[in-house]
Design a protein. Structure first.
Length: 469
């Protein structure tokens, strides 16, 4: 996805003393200062988010090295921006001018996998897919599966409280983080949570750090809950003549008590973009495509029941897969959705509003109105089972007027989400992109309390400044 940045400030950073202090406790290869190299660490994948020029990029391999960085930063009053793989979509990993970018990708060890306790202990730089494959060898699974799972890191997943396709059944990252080791702003090491199945000792500081976007401390170790590896899933595709009918089907499926492992929706704009890119042969008359999957002991029976509900809601065609190979073919369209939408104009802004399932149809209809109002192509891909939508604004980044309309439409979609009783972000986080909207969602009292928590953990305000609020 092509990024749109606001201009950087021209600043001169007195990096000499800082770098000298960093090198007192770090190997030379862990500290990068060449501006041509550090510039590549300046931002994540978000559009319209300013990125500053870091004074240095540090790539630690040990907890002690992270502690040294934070002690140095505190002593010199230098901001620190923690980073993972920079696959985020909110600007949460963007550098600020003169900061230390603390990139944790080299802390990538899986320290323990316990089939008895059903936990994994990992460093923050472990890639999500690598963990999933490793625990799979023990007959276990780590369910959170962001779309970028082949490259994103567990530390980044924790920082942004990320989700994924399977959240409708298995939940989001926060539900799998049992305990953390965190380096605080002043360099002290704190442990939170537990490695037991139960534990309610004191405030739940673990949950506080999940989704904090590196603004409270640096996660250096995580204890993660695992589940038994589920059977292979079967998938069903249902075509609808309207988005409203597809959303009605979603409501029927959930109201009947079904627990799909995946329930995804693609609107007509997305379906046509995928057709244009892949020639998959999806009918041009399809206004919405619903994908449902089950990984139960009898998935065919579950698909048959859901297929009947889709037909009752007005599905024009229902296609259940007979085996894993057919299931994979049905999922290909969903997986290529965002790439196909990006090809429409070359640049996209991916929104992340989440609404109650019962209001999903209203959101999709509202996005269609907004698309017409701003004369833009906006496709909607949704984790329909949990109401988390990704309206994707397609625009030409070289056209200033179109870029302006893209940003305004993005904001209007967030406003619509709040009006429908939803939230501005279901799994991407706030970062820079949505900080104004966070204040609107929280209200003045909620915002004051959150800022007070920030001051307790980071009294100097050096941890990822300018993010969240």
């Amino acid at each position: 996805m092509r990024r749109i940045e606001t201009p950087r400030d021209d600043v001169t950073v007195a990096a000499g003393p800082l770098v000298d202090r960093l090198l007192d406790g770090l190997p030379a290869e862990a500290v990068l200062t060449d501006p041509d190299i550090t510039a590549s660490y300046a931002h994540d994948m978000a559009s319209f988010c300013r990125a500053g020029s870091p004074a240095a990029v540090v790539l630690p391999r040990t907890v002690e090295q992270v502690q040294h960085v934070m002690r140095t930063a505190t002593a010199l009053r230098v901001p620190v921006v923690p980073q993972g793989a920079r696959t985020g979509l909110s600007g949460a990993a963007n550098a600020t001018d003169g900061c230390i970018v603390l990139c944790l990708t080299r802390m990538d060890r899986i320290l323990e996998i316990s089939p008895v306790d059903r936990i994994a202990v990992v460093e923050p730089g472990v890639v999500n897919a690598a963990l999933s494959r490793a625990v799979g060898e023990h007959g276990l699974s780590y369910p959170p599966d962001p779309s970028s799972w082949e490259t994103c890191t567990i530390g980044g997943n924790i920082g942004t409280a990320s989700g994924g396709l399977c959240c409708v059944k298995y939940g989001v990252t926060a539900e799998y983080v049992l305990g953390l080791d965190v380096v605080l702003a002043d360099g002290r090491l704190m442990s939170t949570g537990r490695r037991t199945a139960k534990g309610v000792a004191g405030y739940d500081l673990t949950r506080l750090f999940v989704g904090s976007e590196g603004s409270l401390g640096i996660v250096v170790r995580a204890v993660l809950a695992l589940r038994p590896k589920p059977p292979g899933q079967l998938v069903l595709a249902a075509e609808f003549s309207s988005g409203a009918a597809a959303c009605d089907a979603v409501c029927r499926v959930m109201a009947e008590g079904h627990v799909p492992s995946l329930l995804e929706l693609m609107d007509r704009t997305t379906v046509r973009a995928v057709n244009d890119m892949s020639r998959m042969g999806l009918p041009d008359s399809t206004e919405a495509l619903l994908l449902a999957a089950f990984d139960t002991t009898d998935p065919a029976a579950d698909l048959a029941a859901v297929g009947a509900l889709c037909e009752a809601a007005g599905a024009t065609r229902v296609v259940p897969a007979e085996d894993a190979a057919e299931s994979e073919l049905l999922l290909q369209a969903r997986r290529m959705s965002l790439v196909a939408l990006e090809a429409v104009k070359g640049t996209t802004m991916i929104d992340d509003v989440c609404v109650p399932r019962s209001r999903l149809g209203e959101l999709i209809e509202g996005v269609e109105r907004i698309s017409g109002k701003y004369r833009l192509t906006i496709g909607v891909v949704a984790h329909a089972g949990d109401g988390n939508t990704h309206p994707t604004v397609c625009f030409d980044a070289t056209d200033p007027d179109e870029s302006r309309r893209a940003r305004e439409s993005f904001d209007e979609i967030m406003a619509l989400g709040l009006e429908l009783g939803g939230t501005i972000t279901g799994e991407h986080g706030v970062g820079v992109l949505k900080k104004e909207w966070l204040a609107r969602e929280l209200g003045p009292v909620g915002l004051e309390m959150q800022r007070s928590v920030k001051k307790v953990f980071d009294p100097l305000g050096i941890l990822n400044p300018g993010k969240l609020f």
